[in-house]
Design a protein around this ligand. Structure first.
Ligand code: ARG
Length: 260
């Protein structure tokens, strides 16, 4: 794949050099030349710490439902997809600064976020769960008393945990990265991790954690986020509608997401 891109690029360079020589035009340049069939680039940001939505495989490639969905959308619209990994807490800012065109990161389309970014239609709904080691005996909100609950910075769980903490008497510990939360739990620096259910189920399976559903959860579905006023929201929504109808979305869900 990379090789093909490099070869393609060298070919384009070669052809444009030829063209420049042939015309003898001092102004001609390969720069900004888009007639060569090169694809437009779609810049996506994500926080790749959130399997099965976004993470890395053993070779260091991005994988997951959001990655596959973004790639399918880019293919459908004729874009080259470029993915940048960053802290979840920085995603909204990078959209506001228009450093990226879109964010797929298991991001819940909350009203608060809608003040700063535009969202596509929702593509997945997940509840929320509290997960812990099986021997911790944590099975409901009441048993969180005196415990340390870890959340990822900038998430709806950070906000949710802050709201529940005093009522149920637990302490909230915040980290940038969900995989750090899991490490912290395995080394007993936190007792509980609070996160989206689809992701929690994966960790329960892979790490043997116990978990219970958040009875207070009323979070909105996940959606693709764009800079406010972005011109591509509509075309992306049209593709999502098409994927909903022709079964592409369901196929991606079957491939990546566990049943809830
Ligand atoms: N759904 C939650 C939210 O929108 C958490 C998303 C975290 N995503 C991630 N890639 N770490 O706040």
């Amino acid at each position: 794949m990379k090789n093909a891109i490099i070869k393609g690029f060298m070919f384009i360079l070669f052809v444009s050099l030829l063209a420049a020589c042939g015309s003898g035009d001092a102004n001609s340049s390969a720069e900004g030349n888009n007639d060569s069939g090169e694809k437009k680039v779609l810049k996506m940001a994500t926080s790749a710490d959130f399997p099965p939505f976004e993470s890395y495989d053993t070779e260091g490639n991005f994988v997951g439902f959001d990655i596959a969905l973004a790639q399918s959308i880019a293919d459908e619209l004729g874009y080259e997809l470029e993915i940048e990994d960053m802290d979840f807490d920085g995603l909204i800012g990078s959209l506001q600064a228009k450093r990226v065109d879109l964010v797929l990161s298991g991001m819940s389309a909350t009203d608060a976020r809608k003040e700063n970014v535009d969202f596509s239609t929702e593509y997945h709904r997940s509840g929320e769960m509290f997960i812990s080691k099986t021997d911790a005996g944590i099975e409901d909100l009441e048993s969180l008393e005196g415990k340390i609950v870890g959340v990822q910075l900038g998430t709806i769980q950070e906000e949710g945990a802050d709201e529940l903490a005093s009522e149920y008497g637990f302490e909230v510990k915040k980290t940038d990265d969900v995989s750090i939360l899991i490490q912290e739990m395995n080394s007993n620096r936190i007792d509980v991790a609070y996160m989206d259910k689809t992701v929690a189920l994966g960790y329960m399976e892979s790490q043997g954690f116990a978990g219970f559903d958040d009875p207070t959860s009323s979070s909105p579905g996940m959606a693709i986020a764009f800079p406010k006023g972005s011109a591509i929201v509509e075309e992306v929504n049209a593709v999502l509608a098409k994927f909903e109808e022709d079964g592409t979305l369901q196929k991606l869900k079957d491939e990546w997401l566990a049943e809830e």
